[in-house]
Design a protein around this ligand. Structure first.
Ligand code: A2H
Length: 253
């Protein structure tokens, strides 16, 4: 995190069902979990979404009958970026904990999967982005190891009420080939560095250092309409396509 503003892309992950507490939003509009990412070109590899079980989230009124779930701080920021009905005000329709979002089925843009689920990630910071993170285990070491944690540990799934069918069927989806790392870069680097769990913070920082820059400068997409092109050449193009299609929104903080 530098000193300048961070330019994120918010990916709109559409809730296909509104279980439990979210039922209060029924009939009020299309509900999206808003995931903040710096890698919009990786959405082909999404396998799930992450929320912090103890985190505080809200549902906010958007334009065009849309409803956005995110941290209150980020909704307020968005209201100053000409993205909500009233400048400087985020109308809160509902408050919830991240735990209330666990298990919500989502339709996510550019993914090869018809539905993915919201799962718990304990390392989310509520102080940056929206507190919602989309998971791309092929290219993000944090995502890879957290998904593996949930797959391997019955107790962890139990603790957060995660059903097996929200996790066990989901495998890494290769989307980018990085010379020297292959097309499952996050898996390779986590294995090479012998990273055991999402709590191995120091090693995960090293893993990220190893793959991020190389992924951008040398990575080549292997799926989707831009297959065969370098990430560095198509990142902005793919972002623009998603913004224009109404699948994403710019956000800075
Ligand atoms: B990235 P920065 Cl494939 N807490 O998206 C923890 N992590 C968060 C977060 C939060 N509140 N908000 C966003 N993030 C994650 C994709 C991705 C990301 C890939 C590879 C690298 C990568 C899929 N997850 O991030 O600290 C999001 O994960 C590299 C840093 O604001 C977001 O982009 O710089 C990134 O961290 C933003 O991190």
């Amino acid at each position: 995190e530098g000193v300048g503003p961070q330019d994120y892309t918010l990916i709109k992950l559409q809730a296909l069902e509104l279980p439990g507490k979210l039922a209060a939003l029924q009939g009020k509009g299309t509900v999206y979990l808003m995931a903040a990412t710096l890698r919009p070109e990786t959405m082909y590899g999404q396998t799930n979404c992450w929320a912090l079980p103890e985190g505080d989230y809200g549902a906010y009124q958007g334009r065009n009958n849309e409803i956005y779930i995110m941290a209150a701080r980020s909704a307020r920021n968005l209201s100053y970026q000409d993205k909500l009905p009233v400048e400087g005000r985020a109308e809160e329709l509902l408050q919830m904990k991240g735990q209330d979002l666990i298990g919500v089925p989502l339709k996510v843009p550019n993914s090869q999967l018809e539905r993915v689920y919201v799962l718990p990630l304990l390392t989310i910071s509520m102080g940056k982005g929206t507190g919602i993170v989309t998971s791309v285990p092929s290219d993000a070491p944090d995502d890879y190891i957290a998904l593996l944690d949930l797959k391997r540990k019955d107790k962890l799934r139990e603790k957060f009420g995660v059903k097996d069918e929200w996790v066990l069927p989901f495998e890494v989806i290769p989307i980018i080939n990085i010379p020297g790392f292959g097309d499952r870069a996050a898996e390779k680097v986590c294995t090479d560095l012998k990273i055991q769990s999402q709590n191995d913070r120091e090693k995960l920082e090293e893993a990220k250092r190893q793959v991020y820059l190389k992924g951008f400068t040398e990575g080549v997409l292997t799926v989707g309409p831009h297959a065969g092109k370098k990430v560095s050449e198509v990142k902005a193009v793919i972002r623009q396509e998603m913004l224009q299609a109404g699948q994403a929104m710019p956000y800075s903080e």
